[in-house]
Design a protein around this ligand. Structure first.
Ligand SMILES: [Zn+2]
Length: 433
């Protein structure tokens, strides 16, 4: 009886909490810095039972990326980790500042400069996914590299100096961001699906009438620092579903360059899903990892499990949505595997399901025509645990990781990647137009 009463009291409390959060949620949209007053856990999702990423110690300054709801804010820690932390001022006190406000600098900022204006720039670069170092007002080498990546990405003069053009671009991007994040509020206590906050937003036509080809673009993680595009290309005829992924490692350009070409292909039959720049933050910074860590270790390692971070969960949700029979993940290694077993360059690493072994043999014998013995492609089996190919293979797809070697010229590597995708299409029975 008392147990029943307790449950009833809890239900009333939850309903009250929900209505309060709905009243106040929309007024909480602000971003800036926050000071940790008492140790608090950074979590993977905006809820108390979500996985803990780390304990953030007292005294640490956080960059607030987004107000998730009344109780949770999305933040970046000083070591570059992104997650959710409480808004309770006993634990985390907000330092009013608004990265969406127009930045007006009284001087150009460059390496070696210090000051509050550097803090403002670091916060904005963090929010946009270019900077994951300390927000300390010290314009050091990491800030310099972040500014260069930002300039490169936005086709500005790449000099690592924050002058009028770079400032204008920052303002332009964050002004648009302010408009698009206003609608991201939800009741804190509503039961959340496993991939809460990472559900993709469709921006194209969803349903395809039979007998009509179409291309649909979705943004995975829309509004986050790691958002990235997925393309769904449908042919006129029935056929296989094939998934091609590039850029899981941001410093392996041949994979994402090839995938960016593949996304523009037209097909006759089936459904082609392409995620060209899976780890966009890594690509923008020319580094292997995403803000969460190694995306190639983040996919589910057993049946029924989910990805270990928001990015892998967003991609995995699409895998589960489309259930592709064929998955190819495009990577690069630093050396030829045939010469150096420590690197997987010039290999195909297949998951031993379906006919993947015969595909791997066929692909490598084709690519090896005319190659000297010292550069031949090798066939390896069993992609690493936590990779997309391993997870897809475990769930019944024919899957592999294809690797070129960064010692070759970039154009050669992209050609190998394209050839691998073309032969994978043949293997799957997918025809290009
Ligand atoms: Zn890789």
């Amino acid at each position: 009886m008392t147990r029943k009463l307790t449950i009833a009291a809890m239900a009333v409390f939850l309903l009250l909490a929900m209505s309060i959060s709905m009243v106040f949620a929309t007024s909480e949209v602000s971003t800036g810095l926050a000071m940790v007053e008492r140790g608090a856990y950074l979590r993977t999702e905006p809820k108390l039972n979500a996985t803990r990423i780390q304990l953030v110690p007292k005294g640490e300054t956080l960059v607030v990326l987004e107000q998730a709801n009344q109780y949770w804010q999305k933040v970046q820690t000083q070591n570059g980790r992104i997650g959710y932390i409480t808004t309770n001022p006993t634990y985390v006190k907000s330092i009013p500042s608004n990265v969406n406000a127009t930045l007006q600098l009284e001087r150009s900022l460059k390496r070696g400069d210090r000051g509050d204006d550097v803090v403002e720039v670091q916060m904005r670069l963090s929010k946009l996914g270019f900077y994951s170092g300390r927000v300390d007002g010290d314009f050091g080498p990491m800030t310099h590299r972040a500014v260069e990546s930002f300039q490169r990405e936005h086709r500005l003069v790449v000099d690592g100096v924050v002058g009028p053009q770079t400032t204008r671009k920052l303002n332009e991007l964050l002004a648009g961001d302010a408009q698009s994040t206003v609608t991201t509020t939800a009741p804190a206590t509503a039961p959340a699906p496993a991939n809460n906050g990472t559900a993709p937003t469709s921006t194209g036509t969803e349903a395809t009438p039979t007998g009509q080809a179409s291309v649909t673009t979705k943004t995975l993680g829309k509004g986050t620092s790691w958002e990235t595009e997925m393309y769904v290309i449908k042919g006129v005829k029935e056929g296989p579903t094939v998934m091609i992924v590039g850029g899981v490692h941001g410093n392996e350009p041949a994979g994402f360059r090839a995938a960016r070409q593949v996304k523009d292909w037209k097909i006759e039959n089936g459904t082609l899903i392409v995620i060209p720049d899976a780890n966009k933050v890594g690509i923008n910074n020319n580094r292997r990892n995403s803000s969460f860590g190694d995306l190639n270790r983040a996919f589910p390692q057993s049946n029924g499990a989910n990805g270990s971070d928001a990015l892998s969960r967003a991609i995995w949700a699409e895998y589960q949505n489309y259930k592709p029979q064929y998955v190819l993940d495009l990577h690069e290694g630093y050396d030829y595997n045939v010469q150096n077993k420590n690197s997987v360059g010039q290999t195909i690493i297949y998951h031993p399901s379906g006919q993947m072994q015969s595909f791997a043999n066929k692909l490598t014998s084709e690519l090896n025509k005319g190659l000297p013995a010292s550069k031949r492609f090798n066939v390896l089996r069993n992609p690493v645990g936590g990779s997309l190919a391993r997870a897809a293979g475990l769930h019944g797809s024919e899957a592999a990781i294809f690797e070129t070697c960064t010692k070759d010229p970039i154009n050669t590597r992209v050609q190998y990647q394209i050839k691998a995708v073309e032969m994978f299409f043949d293997h799957a029975g997918m025809k290009r137009q």
